[in-house]
Design a protein around this ligand. Structure first.
Ligand code: AMP
Length: 286
């Protein structure tokens, strides 16, 4: 991969013009939307984009509209210089869009994007305004970049489902690729929010993955009663003293409707606070 320095652009209109020229040359554009504080999970999406598209664009934007008052918008890590150094060492990223909130939401901005169905439960229940904020920013990013493909992580399973539904329902001309979850050695899914964990909480955090492994094991041993599986998962997670469960769900992988019985394909999802840090994780049962 060419060790180029990405061109960092803050004004979305400037990026659109640069990419329009690239499209005229017949090149394909891959977009990796992020909120920065990049880790190997993000970089795996970048590599996937590089392997499938001619030009890769990474957006780094802590999107205010997807945070509710009292959530971690202010304290979310912002480390643009470190992020750029990482992208430079991976190589092959042509553009980084790093806008200010006012570049994305100028004075007078007043648009809303609401995707129904898959947004209702789980994250949507605990963070009722979250997916409207995600949908509006992702739709803007798709339009700004004119991306042929967008690369998302399975880590945010419901978010990927919402974006896929938005693409289908609104006929957006972009192909969504959902990439596997990248984990730390002890199983904890990589996340920019892992930085919030104290050393003691960090030791407890792999309990999420252990609970997902337990579910997977029970399902492979032909346990079909979803309530029973969730009960066992809950009991395991509660052995971590700093844990507080928001939800444990065994759901249909497309609609995210809760399943009573696990027979075929399913997704097991959970959201657990460790101390004050809210972590999410999931596993797809084939
Ligand atoms: P974020 O910066 O947290 O908004 O994440 C940006 C993108 O990276 C989203 O599509 C996430 O699903 C994806 N992502 C975050 N963590 C991981 C991970 N551990 N493995 C794979 N993809 C991830």
């Amino acid at each position: 991969m060419t060790a180029i320095k990405p061109e960092v652009i803050s004004d979305p209109r400037v990026l659109s013009e640069r990419l329009a020229e690239i499209r005229r040359q017949g090149k394909t554009i891959g977009l990796v939307p992020t909120m920065g504080a990049l880790h190997d999970g993000h970089l795996s999406l970048v590599r996937q984009s590089q392997s499938l598209c001619d030009v890769t664009v990474v957006s780094i934007f802590v999107n205010p509209t997807q945070f509710a008052p009292g959530e971690d918008y202010e304290k979310y890590p912002r480390v643009l210089d470190t992020d750029l150094a990482q992208l430079e060492s991976v190589g092959g990223v042509e553009f980084v869009l790093a806008p200010k909130p006012a570049d994305m939401y100028p004075e007078g901005f007043d648009a809303h994007v609401h995707i129904g169905g898959v947004t209702r439960r789980l994250e949507g229940e605990f963070r009722p305004t979250h997916f409207d904020g995600v949908a509006v920013v992702v739709l803007k990013l798709f339009n700004i970049a004119g991306a042929d493909m967008a690369f998302l992580g399975q880590k945010d399973y419901q978010q990927a489902a919402v974006i896929q539904k938005m693409v289908r329902d609104l006929n957006l001309p972009v192909e969504i690729r959902v990439c596997p979850i990248v984990r730390e050695e002890d199983g904890l899914a990589m996340s920019s929010r892992n930085k919030y964990l104290s050393p003691d909480e960090r030791r407890q955090a792999p309990i999420l993955k252990r609970a997902l492994d337990l579910a997977q094991k029970m399902i492979s041993e032909k346990v079909t009663d979803a309530a029973k599986i969730k009960h066992e998962m809950r009991a395991l997670i509660e052995t971590a003293p700093s844990s507080a469960i928001d939800y444990i769900s065994i759901a249909d992988p497309e609609t995210l409707d809760e399943l009573e019985s696990v027979g075929g394909r399913a997704v097991v999802l959970l959201a657990v606070k460790i101390g004050t840090t809210r972590l999410i994780d999931n596993v797809v049962i084939p």
